[in-house]
Design a binder for this molecule. Structure first.
Ligand code: SPV
Ligand code: MG
Length: 368
């Protein structure tokens, strides 16, 4: 831009810090912020400028132009597989932590796509979606034991991609046979998935959060690194991440086993490590993070705080985690609501009492 001589980063909605640094004579801003959420920010700008006699110039706001509208236009225009795929890498470079929420359907994907909140002058949104083997199975009334195959899940992702633009991370269980990984990576990359997570378990597939892990075994490091190498070799772009998931803590093994594996998986070419735990306390994964952050094999760390759910994102950032996956919450929130409403209709023999508890017909008609 010809007339711009310097660009200064502003990472909050509050202008005070930059204003104090620059002490400008004039601040120019569209007059739309006189109303609504930015009203308080405007007041602060005026009082800050008054300290050195600066002036606020407010050109009349052009009607019907808004960043929200531009965001909507982008969603409507859609994206390409390559653009979507590369987003995760760009987010990792730009954000203190990348926030991923589980999407098991196009409508849950749309919520993740559109939801944004402003809190304490910060713009909050989810960065992307998690395709969970657990909730993809539950959605179909099946257990999380790979009875829902990859093709079914990938077809469903295509439908989610039809109405969203944010990146998606795919839960690939243990990736299947090493000979087949190439084809899985090819399919995922082709549609624009940004990352695949493979776990180092073999044998009977059981969800990691089950207390009883009988019959489940951890893969040998040598075997699992072959899978990582096969996946990396198959991927056509540097934007596609192969993330290795370590199940040592899930299977009762210790920190040194987890670290040994993390270093080996990193050396084999993994782009990130998911360290999983089903403890109520994040101590275990924090100990891992402390050690692995100092390793020469360090690569970004991912966590899934399903059981240690009280942990705050700020603590995860402090311990060096770069991606947080909220792995099942959209499914877990819809199920009790559907069950309760169904029960109430059955008992009441009409729906008038629950009408206010559900989306109105008017809203559902105009939702999309
Ligand atoms: C999933 O969401 O399917 C996962 C995470 O793999 S967990 O349920 O914790 O195993
Ligand atoms: Mg899973």
């Amino acid at each position: 831009m010809k007339y711009v001589s310097k660009v200064i980063k502003q990472d909050t909605l509050d202008y005070t810090k930059n204003l104090k640094m620059l002490k400008p004579d004039y601040v120019v801003h569209g007059d739309d912020w006189k109303y609504g959420i930015q009203k308080e920010i405007r007041k602060k700008v005026i009082s800050t400028l008054s300290k050195w006699g600066g002036k606020l110039i407010e050109p009349k706001y052009t009607k019907d132009i808004s960043s929200e509208k531009i965001r909507k236009e982008i969603i409507n225009t859609g994206t390409t597989p390559d653009v979507r795929k590369s987003k995760l890498k760009r987010l990792l470079n730009a954000k203190p932590i990348v926030k991923i929420l589980e999407a098991h359907s196009p409508i849950s994907g749309l919520i993740i796509e559109k939801l944004s909140v402003i809190k304490k002058n910060k713009f909050l949104e989810f960065d992307g979606m998690w395709s969970s083997s657990l909730t993809d199975s539950i959605l179909r009334g099946k257990p999380d034991n790979q009875s829902v195959d990859y093709s079914t899940r990938i077809n469903w992702i295509n439908e989610i991609f039809e109405v969203t633009t944010k990146p998606l991370i795919f839960d690939a269980d243990n990736g299947g046979r090493v000979e087949h990984i190439k084809y899985l990576v090819n399919q995922l990359e082709r549609i624009g998935v940004s990352a695949m997570i493979i776990e180092d378990k073999v044998g009977l597939k059981k969800n990691s959060l089950f207390k009883d892990q009988k019959g489940v075994e951890q893969d040998k490091i040598k075997n699992f690194t072959k899978k990582i190498q096969a996946a990396k070799k198959a991927s056509v772009s540097d934007d596609f991440f192969v993330i290795s998931r370590i199940e040592s803590f899930i299977l009762g093994k210790n920190l040194s086993d987890a670290l040994k594996r993390a270093e080996a998986y990193s050396a084999a070419g993994s782009d990130a490590i998911l360290i999983h735990s089903k403890e109520k306390d994040p101590k275990q994964i924090f100990e891992f993070a402390k050690k692995f952050s100092k390793s020469k094999f360090y690569i970004p760390m991912v966590c899934v705080p399903s059981t240690y759910s009280h942990v705050h994102e700020s603590e995860l950032i402090k311990h060096g985690f770069k991606i947080v996956i909220y792995a099942n919450h959209m499914m877990r929130s819809s199920y009790p609501n559907m069950s309760n409403i169904a029960k109430k209709i059955l008992l009441d023999k009409r729906t008038s009492k629950i009408e206010k508890k559900i989306t109105s017909i008017k809203d559902i008609l105009t939702l999309i």
